[in-house]
Design a protein around this ligand. Structure first.
Ligand SMILES: [Zn+2]
Length: 389
């Protein structure tokens, strides 16, 4: 086996090892430890642990400490609260948790970059490999930015890739400006009063209010014409879920509706948040109910810097990789990388995983190992081009 083949085979095995040991957002203790051990053997100048939780950074600098730009590459440590079939060739060993977004693959790619940096260190400046916690909940990047140890690393450039099923394998997808949507989860709790189902008039069930609210929320999506302004109802429950199954003899006194708002501009997201809360309050008032609105998992728009996108384009061209501008404008999914590109210049890009490849977050998804090699190559070239600016 040739040297490069052996290198990729080792990284592929490493990816499978990470895949078997997934951890949920904010709980990435073992994953960070596995990464730390791998990176420590690649001779970084410095390693910083415990960033914004279990985040980890490995700093590789020019051997003579020649000054120059600082370039940061980001991968994510966390997996999703999903089950995986035991028939997978490298099944998750943790029930209810699996790498169904390919973060194991992104980590393997950065591990490969670390191997390359050991052999050929940066000519000037530094390259920082960042393994961030809790990307899936949107909490990780915000926690990093609240951590002075992370802020002290402030790079001149930051880049991240995400594998993207549904696009030709190895294609690079990027664009300047909005790349991934802003989003926020909204939980609406309606409270009336419980009573015997034989005498519903003695209580106040939120049944009609809940039905009106579901329709009203779905219709909020229609307000914008071209732009992305989407409200998706993701969960609705009538009755008090704390005590298990509802009884046929009880007229419920509570309801909970959860929805996700997505928008291509942060201002549109804020506007939809306000409209959602107004709608919930108006409907509950009409029905004599109490109402609480709670927001969670908020992601800003991921804005790509134009010059950073140009660096990605040039790196892709050097490798003869096709560069595509995403058809969706921006992608409807969200990424907490937006917090980081709001902090410093940077850009994110998609790496096509195959047009028919199983979708992210789906039960059949497993990272496409054929992306490890091109992932390393393009990130290496992006670093080199950024350092020479
Ligand atoms: Zn992801």
């Amino acid at each position: 086996m040739s040297e490069p083949d052996k290198f990729i085979e080792e990284l592929t095995d490493f990816r499978h090892r990470l895949h078997r040991q997934p951890e949920l957002s904010g709980q990435e203790v073992k994953t960070a430890a596995i990464m730390k051990q791998f990176l420590a053997e690649r001779g970084p100048r410095e390693m910083i642990e415990g960033l914004g939780g279990h985040g980890l950074a490995a700093v590789f600098s020019a051997p003579d400490n020649r000054p120059g730009p600082v370039v940061m590459l980001r991968a994510e440590l966390d997996a999703l609260p999903l089950d995986e079939s035991p028939d997978s060739p490298w099944p998750s060993e943790h029930l209810g948790c699996a790498h169904k977004c390919g973060h194991d693959g992104h980590m393997a790619i950065l591990a490969g970059v670390a191997c390359r940096l050991q052999k050929s260190p940066p000519s000037c400046g530094s390259i920082i490999l960042l393994f961030q916690p809790a990307e899936e909940t949107g909490a990780g990047a915000a926690a990093l930015l609240a951590d002075p140890n992370f802020r002290a690393l402030k790079p001149d450039w930051i880049f991240a890739l995400h594998n993207l099923p549904g696009h030709p394998a190895w294609n690079i997808l990027t664009r300047p400006g909005a790349f991934a949507a802003a989003s926020v989860g909204v939980k609406i709790h309606l409270r009336g009063s419980t009573c015997h189902a034989a005498y519903p008039e003695q209580g106040n069930s939120p049944d009609l209010a809940m039905a009106e609210l579901v329709m009203g929320l779905v219709n909020l999506s229609d307000d914008a014409d071209e732009a992305l302004a989407l409200v998706t109802v993701v969960h609705a429950r009538l009755g008090d879920g704390r005590f298990g199954e509802a009884g046929f003899g009880i007229s419920p006194g509570e309801a909970e509706i959860m929805s996700t708002i997505r928008a291509d501009q942060d201002e549109v997201l804020q506007h939809l948040k306000a409209k959602t809360a107004d709608l919930a309050r108006e409907i509950s008032m009409n029905h004599g109910l109490k109402c609480e609105v709670e927001y969670c998992e908020e992601f800003p728009v991921t804005m790509n810097d134009a010059e950073a996108v140009e660096i990605i384009r040039q790196a892709a061209q050097e490798l003869n990789l096709e560069v595509e501008s995403p058809g969706e404008s921006p992608f409807h999914w969200s990424e907490d990388f937006g917090f980081l590109t709001a902090w410093t210049s940077g850009a994110m890009f998609g790496l096509g995983a195959g047009t028919r490849y199983p979708a992210l977050h789906g039960p059949d998804f497993d990272f496409n190992d054929d992306l490890i090699f091109p992932g390393i190559q393009i990130l290496e070239r992006i670093c080199r081009r950024s350092l020479s600016r």
